[in-house]
Design a protein around this ligand. Structure first.
Ligand code: ZN
Length: 307
């Protein structure tokens, strides 16, 4: 048995899987927002709970927002900001009295889908989470690519490639720059664009989330159709540059916006002009495990034979 923990901003999820990846049990608790020491004890209590109910112990992998800095050993880049600068990778193993593996939550997502999900069997996999933000992770031959700065796959804070005139300098991003991929391709980015297209309609556009906009586009509403077409073109440009660098066999989409069905047919048609190749055989697919991929991937941080 292996245990995965997904440390989210609003909830902490724990999952135990058996050697074949079958789910044994799952627990979910609210995250103690803003409180680091309570976060530690909440994770420990969740693991104790899982192991008691499962009747055995297992190795533990934890998916976190951000990453553990190889230089300092401290959490960095987490949008759950109370974790930043904290020695989570020292404190949690000490509290539990055993080793723990950590990885960025998008890396866990990519690992889950590459191991037994929508990209199973592919040698190079790029996993993307399109939701509140735009996380990314890379798995090569079944292993997460971490990188010397522990930021491999972090494409969301690159500038949107091939920007049009009206995309420059682009919306301000929380990272301090403008025009980041995330400001265009997150759920909020799509909503903002749609609201802009609807200005003057007398109806506030900000009430609509990505699912609403996709639904309206499907019924033929012009502004929603234009917003979706623009979103697809931007996603094609952003993924085209990833294909040029990484040349993945499969790109897997997760997060709320991955449920928009038209992306899978339209985006691969649009990315060809941005890829330096006469043909593009990269497949764009939807995550098999949806919201559960992160916690599954955390459990997969330990290899077969580890537990
Ligand atoms: Zn940014």
């Amino acid at each position: 048995m292996r245990i995965g923990i997904d440390l989210g901003g609003t909830k902490i999820e724990g999952l135990a899987i058996d050697r074949g990846g079958r789910e044994r049990l799952r627990r979910r608790i609210p995250a103690p927002r803003g409180d680091y020491s309570q976060t530690l004890s909440a994770i420990a209590a969740l693991i104790a709970d899982i192991e008691r109910d499962a009747g055995e112990r297992g190795p533990i992998g934890v998916g976190i927002p951000g990453t553990i800095s190889p230089a300092t050993g401290l959490v960095k880049n987490a949008n759950s900001t109370w974790l930043n600068g904290r020695p989570l990778a020292d404190d949690l193993p000490r509290l539990l009295g055993r080793p723990v593996r950590f990885a960025n939550d998008a890396n866990c997502f990519a690992l889950s889908e590459a191991t037994d999900g929508a990209a199973a069997g592919a040698s190079i996999v790029f996993g993307v989470i399109l939701g509140t933000g735009t996380g990314g992770g890379v798995v090569v031959d079944g292993r997460v690519l971490t990188g010397v700065n522990a930021i491999a796959g972090e494409w969301g804070h690159n500038p949107l490639p091939a920007p049009r005139d009206d995309e420059r300098p682009g919306p301000a991003c929380y990272c301090g720059r403008s025009g980041c991929i995330e400001t265009f391709l997150s759920g909020a980015g799509l909503t903002r664009d749609y609201a802009r297209l609807r200005q003057g309609s007398g109806e506030a556009g900000f009430d609509f989330d990505a699912a609403d906009i996709a639904k309206r586009a499907a019924t033929g509403e012009a502004a929603a159709g234009a917003a979706m077409a623009r979103y697809e073109d931007r996603l094609a440009r952003a993924l085209g540059s990833v294909i040029n660098v990484l040349d993945p066999e499969v790109i897997v989409l997760g997060g709320g916006l991955s449920n928009i069905e038209r992306l899978y047919a339209n985006v691969p048609r649009l990315w060809t002009p941005y890829v330096f190749s006469d043909r593009v055989d990269t497949r764009l697919v939807r995550a098999k495990y949806g919201d559960s991929s992160g916690v599954r991937g955390a459990a997969w941080l330990w290899e077969a034979g580890d537990g």
